[in-house]
Design a protein. Structure first.
Lengths: 188, 587
C-alpha cells in the first residue's frame, strides 16, 4: 500500500493515541450539531460517541459530550478548532481516567421463555437494574453505570435472550471543585 | 419605529456598514432584494457574468481596500457557484459578506426549483452562516455578519434569506445596539512572554523573521511596525506568498519569498537559523516542506491571531495570540525599554550570519538566460516590473507557474498591492479579482498576471470589465501548457504529459476584440518593452498575449519530501538531484 499522499502532513514523530472526552457548551441553535460534527469529519477526527441535550433553558445552552481519540497535539487542535465555531463558547477535554466521572445509560429488552426469563432477572437483580416494563414473556430494564460495567452486564444477560439494546454515549464531568472558564482561548 | 421589509433591512445594513459596491447576479429567489437596489444610489451593483466571478471580485476589492467585499446572488446554482470563492476567501482570510436568496420558507425541504441546502453546503467554507427563518432576526444577523467577517482572523460569512422573509416587515435594529452586545473576546498579550521573546532576540546569532498575510490583514500600521522591528534588529526577513509587500521587496534586508519556490537564501536561512520569528504566517505545507527537516536547530516564536494556528503543524517555543499590530507595538516597546542600544551592539553578533546569507545570495538563484528568439517567462515578468514599478501598481494572479514567477520577480514595496489565491490555489481568480481591485482603486494600474489555461476559467468576466470601463490589464504568460502541471509531470511523472497541453487555444487578440477590449501580442524579446508600454498606456481593458518559452520550469524548487536546504536550482542542478521514489507520491 502507498504511504500518505502528502509528505508535508505526514506524522514523523508518532505520539500515542489516547481516548479523550470533549465537552462542548454551545448556543442551542439550528445547525449547531452539524457544525460540531462536521468539524470532526471534515478535519479527519474520530467520533466514538456523541451525546447532546439542552442544559440551561434560560440561556439556551446545550452541552455536547464527545468521546474521541487522538494524540495530545490533535486533542489540543480539536479544542482550538471547536472554539473557532461562533456558537461554541466553552470547551473542556479530559483523558479517560479516574479524575473524571463517566456515566452511560442502557435500556435492555429481554424476550424469553419463563425459565430463561427468571435467570435473566436474577442477573438484573444482582446488577441492581431497574425494571421499567414487565410482561409474562418479556421485560425492559434500565441500567446506568460505566461503559465497562454495562458491557459486562450485557454480556452476562446475552445467553438468556436480549431482544433489543439502547445505549447512550457517556456523560462526563471532572471531579473536584474546579470548572472550565467560559470563552477561554476564544478569539472571534 | 416604523416597520420595513427584509429587503430594505439588508440594504440599510449595507449602508450602515459603508458598503460601496455589491458584486452580484440576479435570480428568482433574490429579486425582492434587487428591487430595493434602486432606492440606494450610493451602493453600486456590479453585474458579473458568473457568480464565482462575483466572489473573486469581492475578494480583490476586500484585499486591496481593507474593507469587506459584498456579494449578492440567488438560490441554488447562484449559491453553489459561490462555493469556490467562499472557500478561497476562507483559506486566505478575506472578509466577505455573501447574501443569498433562498426559496420561500414553506418550500424549504421540498426540492423546490433552484433550492439547495445553502447553509449546509457552505458551513465548512465560511466563518459562520445563517438561514434567516424569522424576519425579526434579520437586522441582528446582518450586523453580526459584518462584525464576524471583519473581526479576529477575517473570513467569509453567508446570510441565506428565503424570498418570503425578504418581503416581511419588522423594525430595524441599529448597528451599535447589536455590536455592543456581541461578546467580544480580546486576548491580552502576556508581557512575561514578550520578555522572553525579547531576550531570545537579544541573544540570537542566526535570526530570521518570517512574515505572512497576517501582517497585511492587520493593516498598514502593522506593516510599518514590522519594518521598525526589522530595522531595529538588523535581522534578515523573508515572507510567505501572502505576506509580500508588508516589507519592501527591494530592501537589502529582504531575502525574498520562502517555501517551495522561494529563494535559495531565504530557505537556507530558514533551515540554518537559531531563532525564527513567525509573524502572521501559519506554517503552511508549501512553506515547511518536510516537517522533520524543517529548521531543526531553531527556537521558534509564533505571533498569530488564530489560536488554532499555534502548534498545528510546527511546535513552537513561544506563542503570542493577537493582532499583529497590537503584538508588535507591545513587543517593540518592551524591546526598546530593555535593550535601548541594541542595533549597534548587535551588528557584530549577527555579522557572521549575514556573511553566510550573502554567500547564499551569490548563487543568484533567480538568474535565467534570455536568448534572442523566444521570450523567457521570467524575463516577461521582470520587464513588466521594470516598466510599472514607478507607478502604484496592483498585481493579481491566477494559479500556476506564472503566479510563482510573479511572486519571485515582481517586487512589492507596499502592502495590499498583491492579490493571489494562495491557500486554495484557485485558477480563474485573477481576472475577477482585478476587477474588484480596480473598483477599489480607480485610476491605478491593475495587472492580472495570468496563464493561458487559468485565464480561460473565468474569461467571461472580461465582459464585466468592458461594461464598467475598468481598464484592467491581463498579462497572459502563454506557454500553451498548464505549466505547473507540466513541470511536475516532467520532474515526478516520467515526462508523461497527460492532458496538460491545450490543443486548441483561442486567438487571444481576436478574443479581446470580440469582448470590446484591446488585444496585444508579443512573441519576441525585442518587441516586449514597446508592447508592454502600449498596454500600460491604453485606457481600456487589455488582453496581452505574451508568447513564451513552452517548457521553462519554475526554479528554485524544493522537491517533494525534501528539506529547505535541498533545493533544485537550475536545469543542471535538477539532473543531479534525484527525487526519491517516495517523494514522487507526495503532493
Amino acid at each position: 500500500m502507498k504511504k500518505s499522499l502528502s509528505a508535508y502532513s505526514e506524522a514523523t514523530t508518532k505520539e500515542e493515541l489516547e481516548r479523550h472526552i470533549m465537552v462542548v457548551w454551545v448556543d442551542n441553535e439550528a445547525g449547531v450539531l452539524a457544525r460540531v460534527s462536521g468539524l470532526f469529519s471534515g478535519r479527519g477526527y474520530n467520533i466514538e460517541s456523541l451525546t447532546v441535550a439542552q442544559v440551561d433553558e434560560e440561556k439556551n445552552i446545550s452541552r455536547i459530550t464527545i468521546v474521541t481519540n487522538g494524540t495530545n497535539s490533535v486533542i489540543e487542535q480539536i479544542k482550538a478548532q471547536l472554539l473557532k465555531l461562533i456558537p461554541v463558547y466553552k470547551v473542556a477535554s479530559f483523558p479517560v481516567d479516574d479524575k473524571s466521572i463517566f456515566r452511560e445509560l442502557a435500556l435492555i429488552k429481554v424476550i424469553a421463555e419463563k425459565k430463561n426469563l427468571e435467570k435473566a432477572k436474577e442477573i438484573c437483580n444482582s446488577y441492581k437494574a431497574q425494571y421499567l416494563d414487565t410482561t409474562s414473556s418479556s421485560f425492559i430494564v434500565e441500567f446506568h453505570s460505566t461503559r465497562r460495567e454495562i458491557d459486562s452486564f450485557i454480556k452476562e444477560l446475552k445467553p438468556y435472550g436480549i431482544a433489543s439494546v439502547a445505549r447512550t454515549g457517556p456523560l462526563a464531568m471532572a471531579k473536584g471543585a474546579e470548572i472550565t472558564e467560559a470563552n477561554k482561548g476564544k478569539v472571534i | 419605529m416604523s416597520q420595513i421589509t427584509g429587503a430594505e433591512i439588508v440594504f440599510k445594513a449595507f449602508a450602515d456598514h459603508g458598503v460601496e459596491y455589491i458584486f452580484g447576479y440576479p435570480g428568482g429567489a433574490i429579486l425582492p432584494l434587487y428591487d430595493e437596489l434602486r432606492n440606494h444610489k450610493k451602493i453600486k451593483h456590479i453585474l458579473v457574468r458568473h457568480e464565482q466571478g462575483a466572489g473573486h471580485a469581492a475578494e480583490g476589492y476586500a484585499r486591496s481596500s481593507g474593507k469587506p467585499g459584498v456579494v449578492l446572488v440567488t438560490s441554488g446554482p447562484g449559491a453553489t457557484n459561490m462555493v469556490t470563492a467562499l472557500t478561497d476567501a476562507y483559506m486566505d482570510s478575506i472578509p466577505l459578506v455573501c447574501v443569498t436568496g433562498q426559496v420561500p420558507t414553506h418550500l424549504i425541504g421540498t426540492d423546490a426549483f433552484q433550492e439547495c441546502d445553502t447553509t449546509g453546503i457552505t458551513r465548512p467554507c465560511t466563518k459562520h452562516n445563517w438561514l434567516v427563518k424569522n424576519i425579526k432576526d434579520l437586522p441582528i444577523i446582518m450586523h453580526k455578519a459584518f462584525h464576524i467577517a471583519t473581526s479576529g482572523r477575517p473570513g467569509p460569512v453567508l446570510v441565506d434569506i428565503p424570498k418570503d422573509i425578504q418581503f416581511q416587515k419588522t423594525e430595524y435594529v441599529k448597528k451599535e445596539d447589536v455590536i455592543q452586545k456581541i461578546n467580544k473576546v480580546v486576548t491580552e498579550v502576556e508581557t512575561s512572554e514578550l520578555d522572553k521573546i525579547v531576550d531570545l532576540i537579544y541573544k540570537s546569532k542566526k535570526p530570521i523573521i518570517y512574515s505572512g498575510g497576517g501582517v497585511v490583514n492587520s493593516g498598514d500600521k502593522a506593516s510599518a511596525l514590522l519594518q521598525d522591528l526589522v530595522r531595529m534588529t538588523g535581522f534578515p526577513i523573508t515572507s510567505t506568498l501572502q505576506g509580500l509587500g508588508a516589507f519592501p521587496g527591494d530592501d537589502h534586508q529582504f531575502l525574498g519569498m520562502l517555501g517551495m519556490h522561494g529563494t535559495y537564501e531565504a530557505n537556507n536561512a530558514m533551515h540554518d537559523c537559531d531563532l525564527m520569528i513567525n509573524i502572521g504566517a501559519r506554517f503552511d505545507d508549501r512553506i515547511t516542506g518536510k516537517i522533520d527537516k524543517f529548521s531543526p536547530e531553531s527556537k521558534k516564536i509564533h505571533i498569530d491571531i488564530d489560536p488554532s494556528s499555534i502548534n498545528k503543524i510546527i511546535k513552537v517555543d513561544h506563542a503570542v495570540v493577537g493582532d499583529v499590530e497590537n503584538v508588535l507595538n507591545k513587543l517593540i516597546a518592551v524591546f526598546k525599554k530593555k535593550y535601548p542600544n541594541f542595533k549597534n551592539s548587535n551588528k557584530e553578533n549577527i555579522s557572521e550570519w549575514w556573511k553566510q546569507i550573502n554567500k547564499w545570495r551569490e548563487k543568484k538563484c533567480l538568474s535565467f538566460v534570455q536568448g534572442k528568439k523566444t521570450i523567457k517567462p521570467q524575463y516577461a515578468i521582470e520587464r513588466l516590473y521594470e516598466l510599472t514599478k514607478d507607478q502604484d501598481t496592483f498585481i493579481t494572479t491566477e494559479v500556476g507557474q506564472h503566479q510563482m514567477w510573479a511572486a519571485q520577480y515582481y517586487k512589492f514595496n507596499k502592502p495590499k498591492r498583491w492579490m493571489t489565491s494562495g491557500g486554495l490555489g484557485t485558477m480563474g481568480f485573477g481576472l475577477p479579482a482585478a476587477i474588484g481591485v480596480q473598483l477599489a482603486n480607480p485610476g491605478k494600474l491593475v495587472v492580472d498576471v495570468a496563464g493561458e489555461a487559468s485565464i480561460l476559467m473565468n474569461i467571461q468576466e472580461l465582459s464585466t470589465a468592458v461594461q464598467y470601463r475598468l481598464p484592467v490589464k491581463i498579462f497572459i504568460i502563454n506557454n500553451q501548457y498548464m505549466g505547473m502541471v507540466r513541470q511536475w509531470q516532467e520532474l515526478l511523472h516520467e515526462k508523461n504529459y497527460a492532458e496538460s497541453y491545450t490543443e486548441a487555444l483561442p486567438d487571444f487578440v481576436k478574443l479581446a476584440e470580440a469582448y470590446g477590449a484591446v488585444g496585444i501580442r508579443a512573441s519576441t524579446p525585442d518587441e516586449l518593452d514597446s508592447k508592454i508600454k502600449q498596454m500600460i498606456k491604453s485606457d481600456k481593458p487589455v488582453l496581452f498575449d505574451c508568447v513564451v518559452d513552452r517548457v521553462e520550469n519554475c526554479f528554485p524548487m524544493i522537491p517533494s519530501g525534501k528539506g529547505h536546504n535541498e533545493m533544485i536550482l537550475s536545469p543542471q542542478d535538477e539532473k543531479e538531484t534525484k527525487i526519491s521514489k517516495e517523494g514522487k507520491t507526495l503532493v
